[in-house]
Design a protein around this ligand. Structure first.
Ligand code: DQA
Length: 150
């Protein structure tokens, strides 16, 4: 069976393609989800994608992923900079975690320069748009394969 990976997108990412296209690009969330699922198929991962604007719902999904997935990709949007509860939930997740941001948060307003999630993540990718998600899935597939063969 293919390893399972959950891609979680947080607040305002439902507006991808419409919201600040100069920053976040013209691809919609449906485009991003489809690209992640296709990349997963290419590298042997069963990818599912979810988006919510609600912190508690994101936390419930992280809890649910504990028993059902091997890795998480998470773009928590602005909650990355404000939430302590999401990183607490991630600390209780034993699988691989990749934090993602479409934009380069370090080249933007100072409040975006710190993410509480980064310290809980295996890896962080920002500034590459949707390519960052695809690269993350490739890296997850490689890491999981090397753990299986260890
Ligand atoms: C974001 C960056 C955050 O600062 C912002 O609040 C978002 C999106 C990104 O993908 O670049 O909503 O996480």
């Amino acid at each position: 069976m293919s390893p399972a990976v959950l891609v979680i997108n947080g607040p305002n990412l439902n507006l991808l393609g419409l919201r600040e296209p100069a920053v976040y690009g013209r691809e919609t969330l449906a485009d991003l989800d489809a690209a992640c699922i296709a990349e997963g198929e290419a590298v042997g991962l069963a990818v599912s994608c979810r988006q919510s604007n609600h912190e508690g719902e994101l936390i419930d999904w992280i809890h649910g992923a504990r028993e059902t997935t091997d890795a998480l990709l998470i773009n928590a949007g602005a909650y990355s900079h404000t939430s302590q509860a999401i990183p607490d939930a991630l600390r209780a997740y034993a699988g691989m975690i990749v934090e993602l941001h479409l934009s380069n948060i370090y080249a933007r307003e100072p409040f975006r320069h710190h993410s509480h999630i980064s310290a809980t993540a295996t890896a962080v990718i920002c500034g590459l748009g949707s390519a960052g998600y695809r690269l993350a899935l490739r890296a997850v597939a490689e890491r999981l394969a090397s753990l299986r063969n260890a």
